[in-house]
Unconditional design. Structure first.
Length: 273
């Protein structure tokens, strides 16, 4: 119960921090954030459309795609994050805290990265390109960060073309870079880990684990003291997917013994065909 409350508090607090980063630092200087929020800002700067509404609307089809391609737990938390951010984009007034554009880019990026990192840490995301990146890496072994950088580069090039101002583009790049570094401090998105699960609920766990894109190996084990035979399930996954995996294990077999170790390298087929 406490863990669930902490999860929802982290999503709530993260959404507020992201909205503050947007309205107090980035939007007043026409700077861009990464992802769908950057697209929403780009459209909002050149049209009378509301940025918060754009942010919400642009996320809807991506969240729907994530619902079918990724874990429901992951997407539910992502939906909550998008809703919280949208509401607080309306509540927090758009007002420049710092008059210097570079300082605003630095602190805006740090705040956005901190809020996004909190969502990642508890098993969610802030929607948008995060979910697109996760879907891509589900089928291709690319780091999520590399996918996001490529998508964000398109947004930055668009503002450079429309504004014809490299200062805005470069400051936006600084903001996105610092946001990425802050996310990495809170949650490493593509480090591989090996999970060993000793369980009495083998079939129930396998039913859920085999729906994921990672393979599972079943190993027969025997307790050294009890001499009782048990099954051990071994799977290699990424830290980005680890929160969802932990949720599946605790829901299916709360008494399972789980050992998680960082994996230096993987050879062979990492993903299940």
């Amino acid at each position: 119960m406490l863990k669930r409350l902490w999860t929802y508090f982290s999503i709530l607090f993260g959404g507020i921090i992201i909205a503050a980063g947007f309205n107090l630092f980035l939007i007043p200087h026409h700077l861009l954030s990464g992802g769908v929020s950057g697209v929403a800002m780009l459209i909002g700067y050149f049209t009378p459309l509301n940025i918060s509404i754009l942010y919400f609307v642009l996320n809807i089809p991506i969240l729907l795609a994530g619902w079918f391609q990724l874990g429901k737990h992951f997407v539910v938390l992502s939906v909550l994050s998008v809703l919280v951010t949208t509401v607080f984009l309306e509540i927090i007034p758009v007002s420049a805290v710092a008059t210097d554009m570079l300082l605003s880019a630095v602190f805006g990026g740090i705040l956005v990265g901190f809020g996004t990192g909190l969502s990642f840490r508890v098993g969610g995301s802030t929607g948008g390109f995060d979910i697109i990146g996760s879907i891509v890496t589900k089928y291709r072994d690319f780091p999520v960060g590399s996918v996001l950088v490529s998508l964000n580069a398109i947004v930055i090039l668009a503002v450079t073309y429309l504004e014809n101002d490299w200062n805005l583009a470069l400051a936006s790049m600084v903001s996105i870079y610092l946001a990425g570094k802050m996310i990495d401090m809170l949650h490493i998105s593509h480090i591989k880990v090996t999970v060993f699960i000793v369980t009495n609920q083998t079939e129930a766990l396998l039913e859920k684990l085999l729906k994921r894109p990672r393979g599972v190996t079943k190993i027969k084990t025997q307790g050294a003291f009890s001499h009782k035979e048990k099954d051990m399930l071994m799977t290699v996954t990424t830290k980005y997917e680890l929160a969802e995996l932990k949720h599946i294990i605790t829901q299916t077999d709360p008494d399972a013994f789980v050992n998680i170790v960082e994996t230096v390298a993987v050879m062979g087929q990492f993903r299940k065909n």
